[in-house]
Design a protein around this ligand. Sequence first.
Ligand SMILES: [Zn+2]
Ligand SMILES: [Zn+2]
Length: 443
Amino acid sequence: MSKTKAEIKAEVCAAIDRRADEIIDISKRILAHPELGFSEFDTARLVADAFSEMGLQSRTGLARTGVKTRLNGRKSGPTVGILGELDAIITRDSPVVDPATGAAHGCGHNAQIASMIGAGMGLQAVMQYLDGDVVLFAVPAEECIQIEERLALKDEGEIEFLVGKPELIRLGEFDDIDMITITHTPHGMDDSHASVGDTHNGSLIKRIKFTGITAHAGSFPSKGINALKAAMLGIAAIDAQREKFREEDTVRVSPIITKGGDGTSSVPADVRIETMIRARTVEAMQQASEIVDRSMRAGALAIGATVEIETVGGYLPNNPDKNLIKLQYDNCAAVVGEAHMGPARQQTGSTDVGDVGFMMPVVHPRSGGTEGSPHSRDYYVRDHVLAAVNPAKSMAMLAVDLLFDDAAEAKRVIAEAGPKLDREGYLALRRSFDRKETFPEPA
Ligand SMILES: [Zn+2]
Ligand SMILES: [Zn+2]
């Protein structure tokens, strides 16, 4: 028996409506138990349990906590990935904080996981009409936080990259997926219920250490080399070059001094800076990175100090696929109503969905239903229908569009997406950011 695409979508939405209470309950349970990236063990168990209640086998422990399952269509074809992120952030003053860890779902990932599972509940009812597969994938560590802890995991060989999706790509866990959608809640500063098509900055992280020479700050300051002055000159040199950053590259360089010295009685000889560098393109990321490096060298040179600069990749810029944007937009508008659709924006924050986008077409819709502004103390998911149930429908409907009728739309999306990197090419690009230098070079 064949059905029209409209009938299949109606069945998907009816199935999701029947299970809306379960989807909302998942979102609320995760909100009440936030866990930080690469340690989302209880959240991962909740996802694996939900899959098994749906009669699905899943693979667990992917990049430590990822959980992945597959819904098979009536014949093989392209695979559409529907993702949700497992991790929380640290916002100690949040009303939904776990006081023991400081973790809170200040980015709404609780609703993402619920919408991913909800989309699966809807699609299970109709996979016999679709000509390709759907992968449901809970992924770890989207937020780039706890840098020291993650660099320690890297040193132990537990992970190579500091965020989850690059790590999953490295492990080959995106090799069996052809395109992805994922709905992120904090969609902006208006009260719309959905938007589609945001682009995001990419980012690099630097750890910088200035080394000088200690001396009595009162009696013999002339015998010292002041590492704090070198660091301050370095930061001033960045600021002196901010007009080198073009408006269209939306560059953000945000250094902090994490150690300013050891005691006021000695000339500071060990001073540390961390900074994030964000920009809209890989080229602009590299140019800003070079300006920061040059500035740090200048500070060291002026004072006669030494500087060590360690650079690691954060995220690649996110540029969603034009065809997926159109298809996802129509489905979001069908669910929330055209009048409730908001505009797409260039977001100067970052997401590792951008990394996946270098390998395959991606789309990253936004939903409403949240209170406050993201990553702040007053932010949380208030309306789980807007934030979890509606996105479940719009992502599942996108999968129907893509896989209906011999997966013609999915094949068109792949054909028109333009060149993408394979895993080796992606890893080579990512690893090209990672380096350490000492200036002046040791003799
Ligand atoms: Zn976030
Ligand atoms: Zn987020």
